[in-house]
Design a binder for this molecule. Structure first.
Ligand SMILES: NC(=O)c1ccc[n+]([C@@H]2O[C@H](COP(=O)([O-])OP(=O)(O)OC[C@H]3O[C@@H](n4cnc5c(N)ncnc54)[C@H](O)[C@@H]3O)[C@@H](O)[C@H]2O)c1
Length: 370
């Protein structure tokens, strides 16, 4: 198959959809890989690295879309790319259709095959192409939290791990999924006094078994959260209720009970945030302060560490790209139930119910296009 990897043109997006190692795997299997010149530069991969892996470099985005049977990307196409997409072309990328009617209609019009990373789903209902980004955001939440706890950034001025004779900082992680687990591990590794909360008792039992001694568990409820935020230096929001907005677990009125210089990191900001006072921020202006409490609410945290994020993402996406390239999208989706779940739009038809429901558009069972 002829595979194209365009340079991401969405504002501040430095990831790339294929590493030289990934290109080499595809080339080894007899596929042709075309990468847009400097496509990987934001993640530290040079044209020379792709050439050495057996890929070819094309100068412009139009050349990549023009030649490719399958486009592998990171972010959804933006308006200037719409006209480059051809009927029957496979687009394998994050789409998040349900949050954009404009994108959904544009992709319906192209009659392309849209395989969305975010809906590829394993039998245990986990989302293997979202997990790597949650891992990055979870680990990063502690790094960012530690930074904003420094006095120069307005923080309370505590070191996460303390020193001999001085107790460590207290870190509260609300939500013990992928993000929360990684956050708790990082904070614990730095020596902080960590408490992780979840509404799932089996999950808390699991943490109790596997986490180091400086991680305690607590049931998540309003009473406990209200008490805990009074004494904690860093609070990380990491909850997710699939398909709906995050609940506001830390309220505006609770902020008044916290010490000035407390830091809140709301990783769940992309689902509306689990703190009432959350509003999405960007890497160029990541924090704001209310009642002396610092809020860090960047919606695309992995974007700050594109090298790590690119490698983490492609480690997960490549196996499916190999299946699609080797068998064609139809056979690959017939053979793989997880990949089949990734089909959102096929040849002008919506085949993913959540997307059709979001905009009251007609829906067809995915089986009807296979
Ligand atoms: N900001 C970013 O850059 C970024 C990056 C990746 C993920 N995220 C977001 O982070 C959030 C967490 O993602 P995840 O992959 O860890 O999800 P996950 O499904 O793995 O975990 C969510 C956890 O929240 C728990 N939960 C639900 N309601 C709760 C409550 N009231 N109190 C405590 N816990 C509760 C669930 O039991 C579950 O364990 C999501 O909103 C996701 O979209 C943001």
């Amino acid at each position: 198959m002829i595979i194209g990897v365009p340079k991401e043109i969405k504002n501040n997006e430095n990831r790339v959809a294929l590493t030289p190692a990934g290109a080499a795997e595809l080339v080894k299997r007899g596929h042709e890989v075309y990468v847009q010149s400097e496509g990987g530069i934001g993640s530290g991969f040079h044209n020379q690295d792709y050439l050495a892996a057996g890929a070819k470099i094309l100068p412009a985005i139009e050349d990549v879309y023009g030649i490719a049977e399958m486009i592998i990307k990171v972010k959804e196409p933006i308006e200037q790319e719409y006209k480059l997409i051809k009927e029957g072309q496979i687009l394998y990328t994050y789409f998040h259709f349900a949050s954009s009617e404009g994108l959904t209609n544009a992709m319906l019009k192209t009659k392309a095959i849209c395989l969305a990373y975010e809906t590829v789903e394993l039998p245990d209902r986990s989302l293997p192409l979202l997990i790597p980004m949650s891992e990055v955001a979870g680990r990063m939440s502690v790094q960012e939290g530690a930074k904003y706890l420094e006095k120069t950034y307005g923080g309370y001025g505590v070191l996460l791990g303390g020193v001999p004779g001085v107790p460590p900082a207290k870190v509260l992680v609300i939500g013990g999924g992928i993000v929360g687990t990684e956050a708790a591990k990082m904070a614990a590794g730095l020596g902080a006094d960590v408490t992780i909360m979840d509404i799932s008792l089996p999950r808390l039992r699991y943490f109790n078994d596997i986490m180091p001694a400086n991680v305690k568990t607590m049931m998540s409820n309003e009473f406990n959260i209200r008490e805990m935020v009074k004494t904690h230096d860093l609070v990380i929001g990491a909850v997710l209720i699939p398909g709906t907005k995050a609940p506001h677990l830390v309220t505006r009125e609770m902020l008044k009970t916290m010490r000035p210089g407390t830091v809140l990191v709301d990783v769940a900001v992309d689902q509306g945030g689990c703190f009432e006072t959350t509003k999405a921020t960007t890497h160029t202006d990541p924090v704001f302060t209310i009642d002396g409490v610092i809020h860090y609410c960047v919606a695309n945290m992995p974007g700050a560490v594109p090298r790590t994020s690119t490698i983490a993402l492609t480690n997960a996406t490549l196996q499916y790209a190999i299946q699609i390239a080797g068998k064609g999208w139809k056979q690959a989706c017939i053979d793989s139930a997880p990949l089949r779940k990734g089909l959102n739009i096929v040849g002008g038809k919506i085949v993913y119910k959540g997307v059709a429901d979001a905009f009251n558009l007609p829906y067809q069972e995915v089986e009807s296009v296979l």
